[in-house]
Design a protein around this ligand. Sequence first.
Ligand SMILES: [Zn+2]
Length: 148
Amino acid sequence: MSDCYVRILPESPEDNIDTTAVTAIIKYLSEYTVSDSIRCVESAAMMFVDCGGNLDRIVCPHCGGAVDFGWWGERMTEAHAGRFADLRVVMPCCAMQSSLNDLLYDFPCGFAKTMIEMRNPQIPVSEACLVQLRRMAKCNVRLIAARY
Ligand SMILES: [Zn+2]
């Protein structure tokens, strides 16, 4: 049986969720739904927050072209070598500037230094819950549904 994770992180890698907000969000989520666990993952370096087995395809945000997984893997290896400090890429499909964070991952993925993770939550995050999370995080947030 696989596990489902709901991960909450800032929409922009420039933003972060401070310790006070993390504590408040964990308390809020533990009241919102029953989960096997809720934890915060923090790192001094940027982390790639992935969706596990849910990643089906990646699309260019400019032209809608399908992104080749081989090309993406090479860009990820290069960016990882620099601890994901520089996420800029030039798209091979349309030569437009983008960022590894802005590619359209299906399901979503992202980059962050702080994320909050629920394991096997019984209720999905509703629109109202998301509004509340954004308010508490004091920044736009991205939701990532991962499966392993
Ligand atoms: Zn493109």
